[in-house]
Design a binder for this molecule. Structure first.
Ligand code: DLL
Length: 434
């Protein structure tokens, strides 16, 4: 039996939904044009005005926004509401220089939490449930979003935040958690810790988990479901658009329904920017239809996915997106932190290394590892081991300062890192996630 949080909106007939989207789009474009000079300038440059938006496909006339625009307009340049009406910010984790600060009015928080509540209810949550939220709280949207969603459903909410595994497992048992929200890699870590402590699925009352914020595979889903005796659901979102709940899986577990009454989705060719024919994979682009404070139009997510238009057995009419199959930029997500190889390169350059380097990401015991292999400049090659190890530590600490996460640095002899014949292979991601 399908469960809905906002049945009328979630199962709205397509034609009605599209009429509503068009009406909201027209209003939103006008709102942004009038209130966001940064975007208005981009529209003027493209020669488009709010009157040019007469159908949903007219959206293709509007300019795109990218992470670069967010950086350029940082921090207030894309604000669509006076600061006095904003009640919250959230931000992406640990990516100095690339940090996104998103603003919310109370209306924006409400619609975001509604989306999270939809995801929870789709996974079987009711007011009888005990929801253990172990996404990070604070600037990261994971904790705040799922917490707000669980409140809306009326569930007992355990605001655990991430980490402190012993306490997580103790509360899970003592307070009879029935649902858990965390990253899939943290779920795997919890499973491992349970095994070590001799805690079996029968010792818990968990029935479902909602996992997202990073890529994970069907194999991981099976492993988590088998090990915890639960149903595991995927959830997708990004800070720029609101946070978790932009799309979520229903009990069919076959793609994530996009909350299309709030977010209009397009799929484009990442190289040309052209809209792709229906059903083809491409870069996902979102337009916020009714957000006030951070009303991004045509925001390029860099996530590559496919949209399914077929009706779903759950009765929801909103289209479904596949798990992201990769990114059209080189961003890595390591232990939940967005990392660009260029940031590591920048550290190496400032510290006087430039010859050649390689970044190796792996997943060991369910935790991401980051190893940076750096060739020593020939003049330093004869240094003592003590000196070399001090250099490694200094580099590792500079990388930690830049990224907010630890890395293991290995200094290697000049010319030992394989040269590539084509583009340099700067990153080796050994995690089998796509
Ligand atoms: O990760 C929001 C979130 C929190 C989603 C909790 C789900 C659960 P950001 O830190 O801004 O926001 O990172 C957004 O993470 O563009 C994707 O590349 C990736 N991502 C998010 N969810 C998934 C998922 C949050 N289910 C970036 N599968 C996005 C794969 C995901 N990648």
């Amino acid at each position: 039996m399908a469960n809905y949080y906002q049945k009328e909106l979630e199962t709205m007939p397509r034609q009605e939904l599209e009429e509503m989207q068009l009406q909201k789009l027209k209003q939103q474009v006008r709102h942004v044009y009038q209130n966001v000079p940064y975007y208005r300038a981009k529209m003027e440059e493209k020669g488009v005005s709010p009157d040019d938006i007469q159908s949903l496909s007219d959206i293709a006339k509007l300019p795109f926004l990218t992470k670069n625009d967010l950086r350029e307009a940082y921090p207030y340049g894309l604000l669509g509401a006076p600061l006095s009406q904003c009640v919250r910010i959230q931000s992406t984790s640990g990516t100095t220089g690339k940090r996104v600060v998103a603003f919310y009015t109370q209306h924006d928080i409400d619609l975001w939490e509604d989306c999270c509540a939809r995801a929870l209810v789709a996974a079987g949550c009711t007011s009888e449930d005990v929801v253990q939220v172990c996404y990070g709280y604070g600037l990261f949207t994971g904790g705040a979003g799922m917490h707000g969603g669980a409140h809306r459903v009326g569930a007992l909410t355990l605001p655990m935040s991430s980490g402190n595994t012993e306490r997580q497992l103790q509360f899970m048992q003592d307070l009879s958690s029935t649902m858990i929200c965390c990253t899939p890699s943290y779920a795997e870590y919890l499973i491992e810790s349970m095994k070590e402590q001799g805690i079996t699925p029968q010792d818990t009352t968990l029935k479902a988990g909602i996992f997202g914020a990073e890529p994970w595979t069907e194999e991981m889903r099976h492993e988590i479901e088998e090990s915890l005796h639960i149903n595991a659901y995927d959830i997708y979102g990004l800070t720029e658009i609101s946070g978790p709940g932009v799309a979520f899986e229903c009990q069919a577990k076959s793609g994530m329904h996009i909350c299309e009454d709030h977010f209009l989705v397009e799929v484009i060719d990442p190289d040309t920017g052209e809209v792709k024919p229906k059903g083809e994979p491409g870069e996902i682009v979102f337009t916020c239809l009714d957000k006030e404070a951070f009303p991004l139009l045509r925001y390029r997510t860099r996530d590559i996915a496919v949209i399914k238009y077929e009706p779903c057995s759950c009765g929801r009419t909103h289209v479904r997106m596949s798990k992201p199959m990769g990114r059209s930029d080189d961003m890595l997500i390591i232990r939940g932190v967005n990392v660009f190889p260029s940031q590591i390169e920048a550290v190496l350059l400032t510290e006087g290394y430039c010859a050649n380097y390689q970044i190796v990401v792996d997943r060991v015991n369910h935790t991401d590892t980051l190893d940076v292999y750096v060739e020593l400049p020939p003049e330093r090659f004869s240094d003592t081991i003590k000196n070399l190890s001090a250099l490694e530590n200094a580099l590792a600490s500079a990388i930690r300062t830049m990224l907010g996460i630890g890395a293991k640095v290995h200094l290697v002899a000049p010319k030992t890192i394989a040269r590539s014949e084509g583009k340099a292979v700067r990153v080796i991601d050994k995690r089998k996630l796509h």
